[in-house]
Design a protein around this ligand. Structure first.
Ligand code: SF4
Length: 278
């Protein structure tokens, strides 16, 4: 009989073994970050950016009360750092490899509540790349960005407004996993996910980036400015043109802003020599 087995036969030894096992388990959980149970059943579409409750800030998402950094939204996933993710992203030679890496990513707490990662929609190379903030409930379920009502409006902008096939442009988000309850992503979650997006942009190599909404636009441009201050202009991002516009979910709630969006899209089209007004 091993010393361990002998100890387990004695009541005090058994308690000591249980305590050691519990301590090891707690340590593992602390290092992984706090686990969350999958969300309880939530009304259909509650996390959709176009759902009731989105605020008129030029963005598609509802501002949630729990948007500050808490263990529940990944702050304690301390085993990961942005540079390590950047290294893994940089090592991906193509989008399929990058997609697989993202699908396996557990860098922030959103991995605990996602159904699946939402990587992108579109071809491997495109002249235009739209970037939203994060997947909603429909996207999380289907694994495709911009589906549902806001997605349909974006499709109309692309097909009826720009005269392009949706399948000819790339659509992605800053975050690849859905924040629960449609809350705003935390700063840390965006930091951790950004290297994936940066590599994605490098590989797609679009001529024009069109960030949708204030959060995606501000994140890409490193700006705290309002949507009104960022839109209607062509920005430069490391030699790449960026034309921010409103999020389609915001346009569903504020249709009077569609005219502004159309101006931004025309600006992008002019930059691409697809017609449109500068
Ligand atoms: S949101 Fe981004 S960083 Fe967080 S787990 Fe998903 S892919 Fe990884």
């Amino acid at each position: 009989m091993s010393p361990q087995e002998r100890r387990a036969e004695e009541p005090a030894g058994e308690i000591a073994l249980l305590a050691a096992a519990l301590a090891a388990r707690l340590d593992r959980r602390r290092r992984r970050g706090t686990r969350r149970r999958p969300e309880a059943s939530r009304p259909e579409g509650a996390g959709d950016p176009g759902a009731e409750g989105a605020r008129p800030d030029g963005n598609g998402r509802k501002r949630a009360e729990n948007a500050q950094e808490t263990p529940e939204n990944g702050q304690e996933q301390a085993d990961f750092d942005t540079e390590a993710i950047r290294g893994r992203a940089a090592a991906c030679p193509d989008l399929e490899t990058l997609r697989s890496e993202v699908a396996a990513c557990r860098a922030c707490g959103l991995c605990e509540t996602r159904t699946q990662t939402v990587f992108m929609d579109g071809p491997e190379r495109a002249r235009v790349m739209f970037v939203g903030e994060a997947p909603g409930a429909d996207e999380d379920r289907r694994g495709v960005p911009f589906v549902g009502r806001a997605g349909q409006l974006l499709t109309d902008i692309i097909t009826k407004g720009m005269g392009l096939e949706r399948s000819s442009v790339v659509i992605a988000n800053v975050l690849k996993c859905r924040p629960p309850s449609n809350r705003d992503p935390s700063r840390r979650e965006k930091e951790l996910c950004t290297p994936w997006l940066e590599r994605q942009i490098e590989l797609v190599d679009p001529e024009i980036l069109i960030p949708l909404g204030r959060h995606a636009s501000g994140h890409l441009l490193g700006s705290e400015a309002s949507m009104g201050a960022m839109r209607a202009r062509v920005h430069d991002l490391a030699g790449r043109r960026v034309v921010p516009t409103y999020h389609p979910a915001f346009l569903l709630r504020s249709p009077e802003r569609k005219r502004d969006c159309w101006q931004d899209i025309q600006l992008a089209m002019a930059e691409l020599d697809l017609g449109g007004d500068r």
